[in-house]
Design a protein around this ligand. Structure first.
Ligand SMILES: *[C@@H]1O[C@H](CO)[C@@H](O)[C@H](O)[C@H]1NC(C)=O
Ligand SMILES: *[C@@H]1O[C@H](CO)[C@@H](O)[C@H](O)[C@H]1NC(C)=O
Ligand SMILES: *[C@@H]1O[C@H](CO)[C@@H](O)[C@H](O)[C@H]1NC(C)=O
Ligand SMILES: *[C@@H]1O[C@H](CO)[C@@H](O)[C@H](O)[C@H]1NC(C)=O
Ligand SMILES: *[C@@H]1O[C@H](CO)[C@@H](O)[C@H](O)[C@H]1NC(C)=O
Ligand SMILES: *[C@@H]1O[C@H](CO)[C@@H](O)[C@H](O)[C@H]1NC(C)=O
Length: 600
């Protein structure tokens, strides 16, 4: 195994992380069964076999769940005959116990954050919901309001679409919690804007859009997951926080051993090595090697696959083509004509009755497929290397995080001929990478964030937490910092992410205190393409939950929040973990327009 993985190419340019594109390589390398005493016999770790079809023999069914609190399966959970849909509340994750106790203020903030992203849950039932009674996009519809009569609509007004969800039998749903996204598109104008979705908790939803340009606009509504699938994802997040497998190799002389590692490692099973970060307190553990190798002999860190067979075959039916990212039809016309802006008259707003807002109001929109911000900051076009050089001259750009910001490094090094990469012989995905333009005195650095970074092997010396890196910066008007941290956190309970952001926020605030002119950009999560099985690991629902936390936690901090969520939702290009170049270009334009604002 370690042979296979350590033969990673030195140079980059293999297409990035994602979480998923490695899959074909390691398919069927091994499946192994770890037996943890009597109880843990179902912990089936068939590595990297995510694409395997869910075929469960009746006896395999719900894997019994490991938990440090009660390693004993409850009767309900272990009921082998109840091979049905998830209908029980998830157990609290064992992962929570493994970090530092938050202070009372931190605990209060955490509770408020969790409340702010609370997602309506389907009613608790004594029996699982039959598939025919779950939300079905094909039977569901939306109506552009008002349903009857013509009404003139002008720039500055709001537009509402009322979405009615039905099940596979065509009956109205009576509860909310479905994950919908909505947008307006005007393809001939190159215009698009994200909508705000409000859940009325009775099977109906409102999608509300600002009308920002003249001309025909088309309403598009997509069901990302039915509420019953969200219940499955919620359970996975709590009960299987360790469903991405991480390992480390320990080595001393000719002796080597590879063990399982995680932030969420059941610590009552075997002796562990504790790699909790001294400065931040971020937890990380590996099982201790058995061959007498000590904990300081850990050499590398890598992702080693996924836990498998986490859901029943009936639950898997909730993640099919018919109910994962499906467009809905309009009842009536989906297109309205927007007229000129009326002078001296405020726009007409739709009045939405009470409900749970599932998305914030938009911060920007596309016109001629160029991003414009509603904050009023003018986004300039940087169409040639000279204009970018002019902005970045004399600056150091430090990029920290996952592959969604490594894309900026890749874009700039390929776009700017004088920005030369220094070959650090770093591993393909993780970096670090460095590029320099000596003439213009521009330096560009990329470094990945710390565990749970889900890459192929990297040296433990390169496992560094963003917060600690920020503490090492002098900062100032010549420093640009770009951070993205979300894609590798989708499998963990939200508390894990809150803790990480708390540490980063503290370091950001300190950096801004000592060098207020430092430009700090925080990139939000984005929508991504995903297969049915991938969504158990990387669903947009996990991402939107993390994104809500990120937005709240950095409110009032003097940073630029780069709204990758809206920039991918409002654009016509397909969802991709690594958004395509036209979107990246808009993101670079947005960043540079803030680094070098136009003088009035
Ligand atoms: C499960 O829990 C019950 C009651 O708490 C206990 O009597 C039993 O020994 C436990 N079984 C195992 C295998 O730990
Ligand atoms: C197991 O499930 C079946 C059918 O869902 C149910 O009739 C039975 O009572 C359950 N048994 C236990 C021990 O919960
Ligand atoms: C659902 O709730 C909304 C808002 O309260 C209300 O306007 C609508 O009539 C309700 N729909 C149904 C089917 O009950
Ligand atoms: C790991 O170390 C940290 C700090 O050194 C400590 O707070 C934590 O309790 C340790 N974890 C375990 C499971 O012993
Ligand atoms: C379409 O909308 C109209 C008006 O709201 C409604 O009367 C009709 O039942 C809807 N049709 C379907 C198939 O839902
Ligand atoms: C509509 O909403 C916008 C933004 O929330 C507000 O500025 C405007 O005054 C509202 N218009 C009316 C007529 O209430």
């Amino acid at each position: 195994m370690s042979d296979t993985v350590s033969r990673t190419p030195i140079r980059r340019r293999t297409p990035g992380v994602g979480a998923m594109n490695f899959l074909s390589k390691y398919k069927h390398i091994f499946g192994l069964l770890v037996l943890f005493g009597l109880i843990f016999r179902f912990w089936n770790i068939a590595i990297l076999d995510v694409f395997k079809k869910y075929s469960l023999s009746p006896k395999q069914v719900q894997p019994c769940l490991k938990s440090t609190v009660s390693p004993n399966c409850t009767l309900e959970r272990c009921n082998i005959s109840s091979n049905g849909l998830s209908h029980l509340k998830p157990k609290q994750s064992f992962c929570r116990d493994l970090g530092q106790e938050p202070s009372p203020e931190e605990a209060l903030e955490e509770r408020n954050l969790l409340k702010s992203i609370s997602w309506p849950e389907p009613p608790q039932r004594s029996t699982p919901t039959p598939l025919e009674e779950t939300s079905d996009a094909a039977h569901s519809q939306f109506v552009v309001m008002p349903a009857e009569g013509d009404r003139e609509r002008h720039v500055g007004d709001q537009l509402e679409a009322r979405v009615v969800l039905k099940d596979f039998k065509g009956r109205l749903k009576s509860y909310g919690g479905d994950f919908l996204v909505a947008r307006l598109q005007s393809p001939e104008l190159g215009a698009g804007v994200a909508g705000q979705v409000v859940d009325h908790n009775n099977g109906t939803y409102s999608a509300v859009f600002p009308l920002l340009w003249e001309g025909p606009v088309r309403v598009e509504v997509t069901l990302i997951h039915p509420s019953e699938a969200i219940a499955v994802l919620r359970r996975l997040r709590e009960e299987h926080p360790d469903r991405v497998l991480y390992k480390s190799e320990f080595r001393s002389g000719s002796v080597s051993e590879t063990t399982m590692c995680n932030m969420c490692l059941p610590t009552n099973q075997k002796p562990v090595c504790n790699y909790t970060d001294i400065l931040t307190g971020e937890p990380w553990y590996c099982y201790k090697p058995s061959q007498g190798l000590s904990c300081d002999k850990r050499r590398n860190h890598f992702r080693a696959g996924y836990q498998n067979n986490l859901i029943t075959d009936k639950e898997a039916l909730l993640f099919q083509r018919t109910n994962l990212k499906v467009r809905m039809y309009a009842n009536g016309s989906d297109t309205v004509k927007v007229l000129y802006k009326k002078k001296d008259k405020p726009g007409e707003n739709s009045t939405i009755e009470t409900g749970t807002p599932l998305m914030t109001t938009p911060s920007g929109y596309y016109f001629k497929w160029s991003w414009r911000m509603l904050s009023g900051v003018v986004i300039q076009e940087y169409n040639d290397p000279a204009s970018i050089n002019q902005c970045l001259k004399g600056k150091v750009v430090n990029i920290y995080g996952d592959s969604t910001v490594r894309q900026y490094y890749e874009f700039l090094t390929s776009f700017l001929p004088e920005l030369k990469e220094f070959n650090l012989r770093s591993p393909a995905q993780a970096g670090p990478f460095m590029a320099v333009d000596m003439g213009q005195n521009i330096m560009l650095n990329y470094r990945s964030h710390g565990p749970p970074i889900s890459y192929l092997p990297l040296s433990v010396t390169q496992l560094r937490y963003v917060a600690n890196e920020l503490e090492g910066l002098v900062g100032g008007s010549n420093t640009v910092v770009i951070i993205s941290i979300w894609a590798h956190f989708t499998t963990f309970p939200v508390e894990v992410y809150i803790r990480r952001l708390r540490h980063i926020r503290r370091a950001v605030v300190r950096l801004l205190e000592r060098a207020p002119e430092t430009m700090i950009v925080l990139r939000s999560a984005n929508l991504r393409g995903q297969s049915l099985q991938e969504s158990l690991i990387v669903s947009d629902w996990f991402a939107v939950q993390l994104d809500g936390v990120l937005r709240s936690m950095f409110k009032g901090v003097n940073i630029l929040l780069l709204d990758a969520w809206e920039m991918t939702l409002a654009h016509h290009l397909p969802h991709n973990i690594h958004p395509s170049v036209p979107i990246i270009k808009n993101m670079i334009n947005t960043i540079l327009s803030h680094v070098c604002p136009k003088k009035k």
